[in-house]
Design a protein around this ligand. Structure first.
Ligand SMILES: Nc1nc2c(ncn2[C@@H]2O[C@H](COP(=O)(O)OP(=O)(O)O)[C@@H](O)[C@H]2O)c(=O)[nH]1
Ligand SMILES: [Mg+2]
Length: 250
């Protein structure tokens, strides 16, 4: 199978609410690091829609673990902070070990991701894709600074050149993958540097990969907590470094 991205058009209507649809084929990994003020609302919305949720508490020092338990979601806790990549690896392993879900999604606990986007991505992967990656650049809904946009677009170009893909947003945290793919992910980077490693794996030529337009909300809460522009710069540098050290040849 070839890696044929056919991004959903920018005019694709947002997915309607979950009402009546069965989402039990999907488990959502929600990584949590000190998100007590908002994570309850995020997880409850997913559970109320009928999705299964595994929350990975990455050794939070606030009351996040209690907040997770109050929602009734399955909680897996790290004894020490491993970073977003380590939390994702744990989440994928837990999803495959503890559920029989066909699809494994990843959703931020900081309120930046939208349920409607996730549901649209699940509908899309059911059509036969292996990987559906969210993109902030397929429509104009996500507002971000020119500089952040430039850096993220450049990182995507670097990845595309190395991986032979045509992604518009290579570092979007909202992703849905098949169970088989989730079972084969082996991240060696645990911190934010995991992103390039993951994208190179997800976009391997044998995987059927596509994008779906998503709206990332840069709320006061999430920006205050830490979406520094430096993150985007790190992503770009890391993507280049990863390409140099792992440069895939297709
Ligand atoms: N920043 C950060 N986030 C973590 C960590 N462990 C788990 N997470 C969670 O991983 C998700 C992504 O982190 P976030 O800072 O929002 O990164 P971004 O939105 O991808 O730029 C959030 O739900 C965090 O709560 C960690 O050590 N650092
Ligand atoms: Mg986030």
């Amino acid at each position: 199978m070839s890696n044929e991205q056919q991004p959903r058009s920018a005019s694709a209507p947002p997915a309607p609410a979950a009402a009546g649809e069965d989402w039990s084929d999907t488990v959502v990994v929600v990584r949590v690091y000190n998100e007590a003020p908002v994570l309850g609302g995020v997880i409850r919305e997913l559970l109320d829609a009928g999705l299964r949720v595994i929350a990975v508490d990455d050794a939070s020092t606030d009351t996040s673990a209690d907040e997770i338990d109050r929602t009734g979601a399955l909680r897996v806790s790290h004894p020490v902070n491993l970073g977003a990549g380590g939390a994702l690896q744990t989440g994928y392993e837990a999803a495959v070990t503890f559920t029989d879900a066909r699809y494994v999604a990843c959703f931020d606990s900081d309120g930046q991701h939208q349920l409607a986007d996730l549901l649209g991505m699940v509908r899309l992967i059911r059509e036969g894709w292996d990987v559906v990656i969210g993109s902030r650049f397929l429509d104009g809904r996500t507002e971000m600074s020119f500089l952040r946009s430039l850096i993220l677009r450049t990182a995507s170009k670097v990845l595309n050149r190395g991986a032979g893909t045509r992604l518009t947003d290579a570092h979007n945290g909202l992703r849905v993958v098949t169970r088989d793919i989730a079972a084969r992910v082996r991240l060696s980077h645990t911190g934010m540097a995991y992103a390039s490693e993951l994208e190179y794996f997800l976009t391997r030529p044998e995987h059927r990969v596509t994008e779906f337009p998503v709206h990332i909300l840069y709320t006061d809460y999430s920006t205050a907590k830490g979406q520094p522009l430096l993150n985007s710069v790190n992503i770009l540098v890391d993507t280049m470094a990863h390409r140099v050290s792992n440069g895939r040849t297709r």
